[in-house]
Design a protein around this ligand. Structure first.
Ligand SMILES: Cc1cc2nc3c(=O)[nH]c(=O)nc-3n(C[C@H](O)[C@H](O)[C@H](O)COP(=O)(O)OP(=O)(O)OC[C@H]3O[C@@H](n4cnc5c(N)ncnc54)[C@H](O)[C@@H]3O)c2cc1C
Ligand SMILES: Cc1cc2nc3c(=O)[nH]c(=O)nc-3n(C[C@H](O)[C@H](O)[C@H](O)COP(=O)(O)O)c2cc1C
Length: 1154
C-alpha cells in the first residue's frame, strides 16, 4: 500500500475504482498504534495487555479532558461560549482536587458515540450515531451491574430487531477497585475440558469457563451452555449471575439445502455484545462498558463455527457436502465455510433476526469511509479487521486505508481473572460458609427473574423524559405537569418551557415529549417560537429543502410544515424500529441528527381555527424529519371537544409506548389506573402549609414577570366609562384606560396598532372569602404561608423524600393565593372532581362526584346547565371537607385574558385604551354568572393597579405599505383594534403621509350599541376611515333578516340573498371590496368570532365570483393568495357563547343554507 504524504494529507487509493482520498485526521492521533515493528505485523492480535495499568492522574487527565471538552462544545456549536468556558473551569477544579471529574450525561453520550466512530477495527461504523447509551454510572454493586446488563440485553435484543446499545459503568477511580465485566462477550458459550482432554463447547471461552467454575459456577455440561455474567463492582469481589433465559435469544442453525447440517442441532445467539473493552474518553477510563450491535453472517459462519480453534465445523460440513477433505486441492475448507455462512444467514433471516451479509457490510463501510473523509478528513481503519473472511470479493479489499487510534476510543485492557485472587474467597475445598455463599448467589440470579419488574422500574427512573411545552394561556403547562406525573411512574421526567431549552443538546436526549398549543391563527405561542426556529434551522442545515422551513413568517412556515406532516401521516405513522432496521441498506439513509431520540407530540388547539393545531403538527413533522423516532402518533386535543380526555388517553398510550421502547415492564395495574388517577399533584399526606414571615411575601408584579417570562407592568386605571349598556343591567361595554405614566420602566413601552394587552385578573373578594369559609379547617387570612410538598429525590444512596416549596405559588396569604392565582370561576374539570371526591363525607355525594368524574355525558350536561364555579360547586356538594392545601394544590392557575389595544402610541404615549364587553349570562338553572376578567376590568375603580403585559401580534399589524387599501370587519367589541388603526392613520395624515382607503364594516344590535359613533364620524370626516356600512337590525325591521340588509343611516340596500339561492343583488360595497382586495392587493382584517371569519370567507368567494368573473378554481387561488401573501388577517377572540352570531349576519347578510 503506497502512501504519499502531501499537504492535502496522506493519499489513499482505491485500486478497484481508482478513487483517491486524503487523510488529514491522522495528525490528531497521539495514541501509540500497535506493537508492530518494521519487520513484524501484529495487526491481527486481539488483546496484548497483561497487566492492570495504573490509574491516570494529573496532567494526563487534564490534557485529554481539555481536548475532549473542546470537541464536545464544538460539536454543539458552542465552542468558546460562556457555557463552554465555565464548564472547563469546573472540570479543571475537579481534576485538580481529585484527578477526575464527573462527566455530564450528554458529554458521556457524545464520547461513547464518537468512540464508536473512531473504532478502526469496526466495519459497521456507518451507524455510529445510532447508539443507545445507558448511563449506569450510579450503579454501585455487582447485582446492580447485572441488572443493568439485563436491561441492556432486553433493549438491544428487541425481539430480534437488534438495536445498538452501550451500558457505561463508573470509571476507574483512585481508592476503588475497577468495575469490570469478565466476559469478553455478554453472551457466549462455555467450554469444558473433558477427562480425555478434549474440549466441549467454544474453546474461545475455556479460560473464562474455568474462572467461572472457580467462583462456584457449575454449567450443565452441554455443548452450548450460556456462560454466566461475571462482574466486579467497586468492592473488587467477582460475582457470577446466570442470565435469565428469556433474555438470551438463540437461533437454531439450519441449512436451506443440507438437512444433515440442520440435524446437528447447532444454534447461535442473536446478540453480539463486546464486554471486555474500556472506554478511554476525556481523560477518564470507563473499565466496564458492555456494548452490542448485530452480526455479519461471516463472523459466525467463518470464525465462530468454521475456525479450527473454535467450533471447527468446516470438516463436518465438508463431510455433509461430500467433499474430499484428504486434500487441499478440493478446496473443501473454503467451500464448507461458505456453506456455513449460508446456513447462518438463512437461519437468522428465517427467524427474522437482524443480520447483515458481509458484502453489504463492506459496501456500506466503503460508503462510510468516503463520507468520513469528506466530513472530517479521515477514517482510521485496520484493514486486516474490516476485511471479512474471503474479503477478496468485497470492495474493501482494494481500498488503501490508514490505521491509527484517536480518542475517545474503545481500548483493550487486561483479563481480570488473571490477576483475581480467587483464594481470598475459596481456600481449598468448599467449606459450608462458601457453599452458603454460592447458594445465595444462585438464588439471587433466580430471584432476579422475579425482581425483573422491580429493576426495570429502577432502571427507568434513570431514563430522562424531557417534557417540553409551549403555551400562551397556561393549559399546555398544566398538561405538561400532568404528563410528568404519569411518566414519573417509570421515568425521570423534567418539565421545561421551550424557550428555556437548549436545542443544541437535543441529540443527547433519550425521550422528548412535546405539549404545545397553537395561537394567533396558526402561530406558535410566543414561548415556542425560538425553539421552532432553531429546529427549522437544523432542518435546513441537514440539507433539506428549505420550502418547509423557509424564512416565511413562523406562522406560514408552521402551516406548511403542518401540511407536510399531514402528508407524512398518510404514510407509515410510526417509524418503528422494525421498519428502520430490517433492511441494513435502509440504515445508511437514516443517519440523522436526532437518530437516538424518541418522541411523541400532543398538540392543543381548537377546531374553530382553520390552522387547527398547526404548531403541534409542525413540531411533530419537524422532529420526525430530523431523524427522531416517533414512539406514539401525534394527538390533537380540541378545545371544543374533549381536550382533556384526548390528552389523558394520549398520555397513557405514550407512556406505554415509551415503556415498550425502553423495555420497561410495569405491573399492568399501574398503567391502567393512570387515566383516572389524580395526575395533578401529590396526595394529601405529602403536602403542608408552613408559616412564613410576611416579608417573604412576593411583589406580585415581579413574581408574575418571572413566572410568565415576560415583563408584567402594574398599570393604573385612569379612566373607566360605560360606552354601551349599563353596569347595573345586562351586558355593557366599557372603555378603560390604563396608564404607565408614573412607573419607572426598565424598557420603554412599545406596541403597534393591532397588538394586544394580556391582563392578569383577580377574583372578586366576596367570592374568595366565601370559598375560604368552606375549607376545613378555615385557614388564617392574615398569615403568610409557604406551600410545601414532599418529593422523592433520587440520590446515590437511593430514593429519599424531601420537603420542597411548591413551585407554582410564591409565599403569600391563603386569601391572596385565591384572589390572585387560583382559577375559581372556571367549572371544575373531571379530574378535579375525581380528586376532591375523596373529601366528601356524605357517601351519596361521594358517589355523585365519582359518577360525574367518570361519566363524560353527565359531566358535560352538569357543566353546561350550571356553569359551576368552585364556590357553587362547594355549595352543591356541601359535605366536602377539604383542607386548604389540598384544594390549593389541585386548582388550576388563572389564565391571562387578552384585550385588543384600542388606542395608539403616537396619540397616547403613556396609556392604552381597551374596549371591554362585560360577559354576563344566566345559566340554564337560572343562576347568574360573570366573566372573570371582563367584570374585573368593568368594576376596576380609578387608581386600581392592574397587572398586564403587552403582546405583539405582527400578523395583525397594518400593511408595511400605507398606500394599499385596508378593509376592517369588526362587529360589537370587535371594533376594539380598529380604533387603534384609525387613530394611528390620523396621526400619519398629520405628518403628510399619503394613505390608501380604510373601509370599516361594523354591526350592532341597537342604535345604542353603536360603539364610538361620534368619534367614527369625526375620523371619517378627516379621511382616516370610510364607514360605508354600519348595519343595525332595527333598521330592517319588517324585512326578513335573511333576505335584505340595509345600510344605516343611508338606507342603501347592500346585499340581498334569495332563500336557498345565493344571489348578490346590488352592492357598490361589494365592488369596492373586490377592487381593494383583488385589483389593488389590499388587506382585510377581521375581528370577532370564528363564525364571522367563516362568513367573510364565503362572502369574498361570492364577490370574487361576481365581480372578478372568476371561475371556481380561480376564486380558490385568489383566496389562497390573499392568505399566503399575508393579506388576510383574522383575530378570533371568542370560541363559543360570547358573541351573538346574528351580528355577524347583520354585517353581510345571512347566507341561506350555509
Ligand atoms: C387576542 C384577543 C383579543 C381580544 N380582545 C378583546 C377586546 O378588545 N374586547 C373584549 O371585550 N374582549 C376581547 N377578547 C376576549 C377576552 O379576552 C375574554 O375572552 C372575554 O373578555 C371574556 O373573558 P372573561 O374572563 O370575562 O370571561 P371568562 O371568565 O373567561 O368566562 C367567559 C366564558 O364563559 C363561558 N360561558 C359559558 N356559558 C356562557 C354563556 N351563556 N354566555 C357567555 N359565556 C358563557 C364561555 O366559555 C366564555 O368563554 C379578546 C380575546 C383575544 C384572544
Ligand atoms: C386568540 C387565539 C388564537 C388561537 N388560534 C388557534 C389556531 O390558530 N389554531 C388552533 O388550533 N387553536 C388556536 N387557538 C386555541 C388554543 O390553541 C387553545 O385555546 C389551547 O387550548 C390553548 O392552550 P395554551 O393555554 O397552552 O396556550 C387559539 C386561541 C386563542 C385564544
Amino acid at each position: 500500500m503506497k502512501q504519499h504524504a502531501n499537504n492535502k494529507g496522506i493519499r489513499l487509493k482505491n485500486w478497484s475504482t481508482g478513487e483517491v482520498l486524503y487523510d488529514t485526521l491522522h495528525s490528531t492521533s497521539n495514541v501509540k498504534a500497535l506493537n508492530c515493528r518494521s519487520t513484524i505485523c501484529t495487526a491481527n492480535h486481539m488483546n496484548t495487555i497483561k497487566e492492570v495499568k495504573p490509574i491516570r492522574t494529573g496532567d494526563a487527565v487534564l490534557d485529554d479532558a481539555k481536548k475532549f471538552i473542546d470537541e464536545f462544545y464544538a460539536s454543539i456549536e458552542k465552542f468558546e461560549s460562556a457555557e463552554h468556558l465555565n464548564r472547563w473551569s469546573e472540570i479543571k477544579t475537579q481534576i485538580e482536587e481529585s484527578d477526575g471529574y464527573i462527566m455530564k450525561t450528554e458529554e458521556l453520550k457524545y464520547g461513547a458515540t464518537v468512540a464508536w466512530r473512531n473504532a478502526p477495527r469496526c466495519p459497521g461504523r456507518i451507524q455510529w450515531k445510532k447508539l443507545q447509551v445507558f448511563d449506569s454510572r450510579h450503579v454501585g454493586t455487582a447485582q446492580g451491574m447485572f441488572e443493568a446488563m439485563c436491561t441492556h440485553l432486553q433493549y438491544a435484543t428487541n425481539g430480534g430487531i437488534l438495536r445498538s446499545a452501550i451500558t457505561v459503568f463508573p470509571p476507574r477511580q483512585k481508592g476503588r477497585f475497577d468495575f469490570r465485566v469478565w466476559n469478553s462477550t455478554m453472551i457466549g458459550y462455555a467450554c469444558y475440558k473433558q477427562p480425555d482432554g478434549t474440549l466441549l463447547g467454544d474453546p474461545f471461552n475455556l479460560e473464562l469457563t474455568q474462572a467461572a467454575q472457580k467462583l462456584g459456577w457449575a454449567g450443565k455440561g452441554t455443548r452450548q451452555d450460556i456462560l454466566p455474567l461475571i462482574v466486579q463492582a467497586g468492592d473488587g469481589e467477582a460475582h457470577f449471575f446466570d442470565i435469565p433465559e428469556d433474555l438470551v435469544l438463540q437461533v437454531p442453525l439450519r441449512h436451506p439445502k443440507y438437512e444433515k447440517f440442520t440435524d446437528l442441532g447447532y444454534k447461535w445467539f442473536a446478540l453480539p455484545g463486546v464486554s471486555c473493552l474500556k472506554l478511554d474518553c476525556g481523560g477518564l477510563e470507563f473499565s466496564a462498558i458492555p456494548f452490542s450491535g448485530w452480526y455479519s453472517d461471516s463472523e459466525i459462519g467463518s470464525r465462530d463455527l468454521g475456525d479450527k480453534h473454535r467450533f471447527n465445523l468446516a470438516p463436518v460440513m465438508a463431510g455433509i457436502m461430500g467433499l474430499n477433505t484428504e486434500t487441499n486441492e478440493s478446496n473443501w475448507r473454503d467451500l464448507a465455510v461458505s456453506e456455513l455462512v449460508v446456513a447462518v444467514a438463512h437461519s437468522f433471516r428465517e427467524a427474522k433476526i437482524t443480520i447483515v451479509d458481509h458484502q453489504t457490510a463492506c459496501e456500506t463501510f466503503i460508503e462510510h469511509f468516503k463520507s468520513e473523509h469528506e466530513e472530517r478528513g479521515g477514517c482510521p481503519t485496520d484493514w486486516v479487521w474490516v476485511n471479512p473472511p474471503g474479503s477478496f470479493t468485497t470492495p474493501v479489499y482494494h481500498q488503501e486505508v490508514l490505521f491509527y487510534w484517536i480518542k475517545p476510543l474503545y481500548d483493550y485492557q487486561d483479563q481480570p481473572w488473571k490477576t483475581y485472587n480467587f483464594g481470598k474467597h475459596f481456600r481449598g475445598t468448599l467449606e459450608k460458609r462458601e457453599i452458603d455463599y454460592l447458594k445465595r448467589f444462585r438464588h439471587m440470579a433466580r430471584a432476579a427473574l422475579f425482581a425483573q419488574r422491580m429493576f426495570m422500574k429502577a432502571y427507568a427512573n434513570r431514563t430522562k423524559a424531557m417534557i417540553l411545552y409551549a403555551t400562551e394561556t397556561g393549559k399546555s403547562l398544566g398538561f405538561a405537569k400532568q404528563l410528568a406525573h404519569v411518566f414519573s411512574k417509570a421515568f425521570k421526567p423534567e418539565v421545561m418551557c421551550m424557550k428555556d431549552y437548549d436545542v443544541a443538546k437535543m441529540e443527547f436526549q433519550d425521550l422528548i415529549l412535546v405539549v404545545a398549543s397553537t395561537f394567533g391563527s396558526g402561530d406558535p405561542p410566543d414561548n415556542g417560537e425560538k425553539f421552532y426556529k432553531s429546529l427549522k434551522k437544523r432542518f435546513v442545515e441537514q440539507g433539506n429543502t428549505p420550502n418547509i422551513a423557509s424564512d416565511k413568517p413562523a406562522r406560514l412556515a408552521a402551516r406548511i410544515q403542518a401540511r407536510e406532516g399531514e402528508r407524512n401521516m398518510r404514510g407509515p405513522l410510526v417509524k418503528l424500529p422494525s421498519q428502520r432496521f430490517e433492511d441494513p441498506a435502509q440504515i445508511v439513509k437514516s443517519s440523522d441528527w436526532l437518530i437516538n431520540v424518541r418522541f411523541s407530540c400532543f398538540a392543543l388547539g381548537s377546531t374553530v381555527y382553520k390552522d387547527y393545531c398547526a404548531f403541534g403538527k409542525a413540531l411533530d413533522a419537524l422532529l420526525g424529519s430530523l431523524g427522531a423516532e416517533r414512539i406514539h402518533r401525534l394527538e390533537c386535543g380540541d378545545e371544543m371537544s374533549g381536550q382533556e380526555k384526548t390528552f389523558k388517553k394520549w398520555a397513557n398510550d405514550t407512556f406505554q409506548a415509551a415503556c415498550e421502547a425502553f423495555h420497561i415492564k410495569l405491573p399492568t395495574k399501574a398503567v391502567v389506573t393512570i387515566g383516572t388517577e389524580s395526575v395533578q399533584e401529590p396526595v394529601q399526606s405529602n403536602m403542608k402549609l408552613v408559616s412564613a414571615d410576611a416579608s417573604e411575601g412576593p411583589h406580585f408584579t415581579e413574581y408574575f414577570s418571572k413566572s410568565l417570562g415576560r415583563e408584567v407592568l402594574p398599570l393604573k386605571v385612569t379612566y373607566n366609562e360605560v360606552i354601551a349598556g349599563s353596569r347595573e343591567a345586562g351586558p355593557c361595554t366599557v372603555q378603560i384606560r390604563l396608564s404607565w405614566q408614573d412607573l419607572c420602566l426598565n424598557n420603554p413601552v412599545s406596541f403597534e396598532p393591532g397588538d394586544h394587552l394580556g391582563i392578569l385578573s383577580e377574583n372578586a373578594d366576596e367570592m374568595v372569602s366565601k370559598v375560604i369559609q368552606k375549607l376545613n379547617p378555615i385557614p388564617s387570612l392574615e398569615q403568610t404561608h409557604r406551600l410545601m410538598i414532599q418529593k422523592e429525590m433520587l440520590t446515590i444512596a437511593g430514593p429519599r423524600k424531601e420537603w420542597v416549596c411548591y413551585e407554582n405559588l410564591p409565599p403569600a396569604t391563603v386569601f391572596d393565593w385565591f384572589k390572585k392565582f387560583l382559577d375559581i370561576t372556571t367549572p371544575p374539570t373531571q379530574s378535579l372532581l375525581y380528586d376532591l371526591a375523596t373529601y366528601a363525607t356524605d357517601p351519596k355525594e361521594k358517589e355523585g362526584l365519582d359518577m360525574l368524574s367518570q361519566d363524560v355525558g353527565r359531566y358535560e350536561q352538569w357543566k353546561h346547565s350550571k356553569w359551576p364555579t368552585v364556590l357553587s360547586f362547594l355549595e352543591e356538594f356541601s359535605s366536602l371537607s377539604i383542607p386548604a392545601e389540598a384544594l390549593i394544590i389541585k386548582l388550576p392557575l388563572m389564565k391571562p385574558r387578552f384585550y385588543s389595544i384600542s388606542s395608539c402610541l403616537l396619540s397616547s404615549p403613556t396609556c392604552v385604551d381597551l374596549t371591554v364587553g362585560a360577559v354576563k349570562f344566566i345559566t340554564e338553572d337560572g343562576s347568574s354568572r360573570n366573566g372573570l376578567c371582563s367584570m374585573y376590568l368593568n368594576q376596576a375603580t380609578i387608581g386600581t393597579t392592574v397587572n398586564a403585559f403587552f403582546r405583539s401580534e405582527p400578523r395583525f399589524h397594518l400593511p408595511e405599505n400605507p398606500t394599499v387599501p385596508i378593509i376592517m370587519v369588526g362587529p360589537g367589541t370587535g371594533i376594539a383594534p380598529f380604533r387603534s388603526f384609525w387613530m394611528h392613520r390620523a396621526e400619519l395624515m398629520k405628518v403628510g403621509q399619503h394613505l390608501g382607503a380604510a373601509i370599516f364594516y361594523g354591526g350592532y344590535r341597537t342604535q345604542e350599541m353603536n360603539l364610538y359613533r361620534e368619534e367614527k364620524l369625526q375620523y371619517q370626516n378627516i379621511g382616516a376611515i370610510e364607514l360605508p356600512t354600519t348595519y343595525c337590525r332595527e333598521a330592517v325591521q319588517g324585512c326578513a333578516p335573511d333576505r335584505v340588509l340595509v345600510n344605516y343611516p343611508t338606507n342603501e340596500v347592500v346585499f340581498c340573498y334569495d332563500q336557498g339561492l345565493v344571489q348578490m343583488v346590488i352592492s357598490d360595497n361589494a365592488f369596492r371590496m373586490y377592487e381593494s382586495l383583488y385589483l389593488q392587493n389590499g388587506h382585510i382584517y377581521i375581528c370577532g368570532d370564528f363564525q364571522l371569519v367563516r362568513y367573510v370567507r364565503r362572502i369574498l368567494r361570492l364577490i370574487f365570483e361576481e365581480y372578478g368573473n372568476l371561475n371556481e378554481y380561480e376564486v380558490k387561488l385568489a383566496l389562497q393568495d390573499l392568505e399566503d401573501s399575508g393579506r388576510f388577517h383574522d383575530r378570533c377572540r371568542f370560541h363559543h357563547h360570547d358573541d351573538d352570531p346574528c351580528l355577524v349576519d347583520d354585517i353581510f347578510g345571512r347566507i341561506v343554507g350555509s
